[in-house]
Write a protein that binds this ligand. Structure first.
Ligand SMILES: Cc1ncc(COP(=O)(O)O)c(C=O)c1O
Length: 468
């Protein structure tokens, strides 16, 4: 009996043909992404203008959809998985991660409960255990996957508040809880506090030293002043690898203060934590084992497709106490061996993100991951020396990882113009930040395809566009 075409999925043979075409396209893309410009030459609204205002009434052939992907979508895309993407934090998808994402979509499982798909929950526990071991963190760190570091940090602040005031669940928040972080912390920390109703006036941005690291003495003073004013310090967030410069806050000294003051310590190691997989950079996470929670984003520097953020806490009961709410339709028998992740986060539905991390960790192994990260750091250090050797430029911050902050000597305008000219070539993509109120270019290296040749070529381009 033939099926009514209006009532069926794509026929398996059509899927197979189109699937081969898609995989062929990806393989060609990955063989050399340089065949495409990293930045599109697009003006706002341009793609929207090229697309129909309404969805089709009748289904269209996959060939046409794929053709439009190539002709319409791709030319208006900024290619993050590109060796000449040096902006923000340069990140990487990778072959094994891409394959796993495809399988995740095919199975379309939802890991809200252990019962809703045991593999989703158990693989998440296993892979996060593996990652914890690579980072040399203790087994007492419970792990859960969120989409982004922003959401992980939101959950850290939420747990911290529950830890400080368990009645909050029933009573609701009251003002006066104070959160501390460095002036160089990522905006997600303040945003998490905003979302939780902490109030911007209760977020303290602690000053940093000459290497952009949070000053423990300033933290101590701020806490004392707030206590004297009758406020309730409850959470401090230290960063390992700040967004502007990859500076590393002195986590051990901050942990001492948090222990003395009985304050929750969250470590934002979203990017920089990966360096600690290498024994020679293990000290970047010194003191982190004493934190109450920590976030690291494998989608930043562990070659895992966006999105996957790993959140760890020594106090999962604080999350559970704050968030567990089980309606009848989600009730399952109590079993101490069963973990229902929905009890530990705001989201109910949970994608099978652990699969891609499992594929990536197994395919590369620790040795290859460490070699890739080490190579990124080494190329970055070598590039820093090239930049230093050109008298027109100055480095604006130490280079502890794989990011360089640099500028043209003199007024900001020259660096701004250089950045614009560079990005207008569409062949490399840089971003900027401000340090000591000066405009600074950021050169981030972190894509699996980036070679030393790419870097030298791009440096030659930078030099040729700079004032002679
Ligand atoms: C140090 C740090 N923390 C947090 C974030 C936020 O990451 P996400 O986009 O996963 O929310 C970033 C983003 O770059 C970051 O650099």
């Amino acid at each position: 009996m033939t099926q009514d075409p209006l009532l069926r999925d794509m026929p398996p043979e059509d899927f197979r043909r189109a699937g081969h075409e898609v995989i062929d396209w990806i393989a060609d893309y990955l063989r050399d992404p340089r065949q495409f410009p990293v930045l599109p030459d697009t003006h706002p609204g341009q793609l929207t203008g090229l697309l129909p205002a309404s969805a089709p009434e009748h289904g269209e052939p996959m060939e046409r959809i794929l053709e439009d992907f190539r002709k319409l979508i791709l030319p208006h895309s900024t290619l993050w998985n590109h060796p000449l993407f040096f902006s923000y934090f340069s990140v990487s998808s990778s072959g094994p991660g891409i394959l796993a994402e495809t399988l995740t979509a095919a199975l379309n499982m939802n890991g809200m409960l252990w019962k809703s798909s045991p593999a989703v929950t158990e693989l998440e526990q296993v892979t996060l255990g593996w990652l914890r071991e690579w980072l040399r963190l203790p087994e007492s760190f419970f792990g859960i996957i969120h989409d982004t570091a922003s959401l992980s940090t939101f959950h850290a602040i939420l747990a911290a508040r529950m830890f400080a005031d368990p009645d909050i669940r029933e009573r609701g928040a009251s003002p006066g809880f104070v959160l501390y972080t460095s002036e160089h912390a990522h905006s997600s920390v303040e945003k998490g506090a905003l979302a939780l109703g902490i109030g911007q006036r209760y977020v303290r941005k602690i000053s940093s030293d000459e290497a952009f690291r949070m000053r423990p003495d300033a933290l101590r003073q701020a806490i004392a002043a707030d206590r004297a004013a009758g406020l309730r310090p409850f959470c401090a967030v230290a960063t390992v690898g700040t967004t502007s410069t990859t500076s590393v806050d002195p986590v051990a000294a901050i942990a001492d203060i948090c222990e003395e003051e009985n304050i929750w310590l969250h470590v934002d190691a979203a990017y920089g934590g990966h360096a600690a997989i290498l024994p020679e950079y293990g000290h970047y996470l010194e003191g982190a084992a004493r934190a109450h929670s920590l976030v690291i984003n494998p989608h930043k520097w562990l070659f895992t497709p966006i999105d996957l953020s790993a959140f760890y806490t020594r106090y999962p009961q604080a999350l559970r106490g704050a968030l567990s709410l089980v309606p009848e339709y989600l009730r399952t028998p109590d079993d101490p061996l069963i973990l229902n992740y929905m009890d530990y986060g705001v989201a109910l539905g949970r994608r099978f993100r652990a699969l891609k991390l499992w594929f990536v960790m197994r395919y590369f192994g620790r040795e290859s991951i460490a070699a890739l990260i080490r190579n990124h750091i080494r190329m970055t250090q070598d590039l820093a020396r090239l930049i230093e050797a050109d008298a027109r430029f100055e480095l604006c911050a130490p280079v502890p990882m794989s990011l360089i902050c640099f500028r043209l000597r003199g007024p900001d305008e020259a660096t701004r113009t250089l950045l614009e000219k560079l990005n207008q070539t569409h062949s490399a993509f840089f971003s900027h930040t401000a340090l000591h109120d000066r405009f600074v270019m950021r050169w981030a290296i972190g894509n699996i395809h980036t070679t030393w040749e790419d870097i030298v070529k791009t440096w030659n381009l930078v030099q040729s566009l700079a004032p002679q």
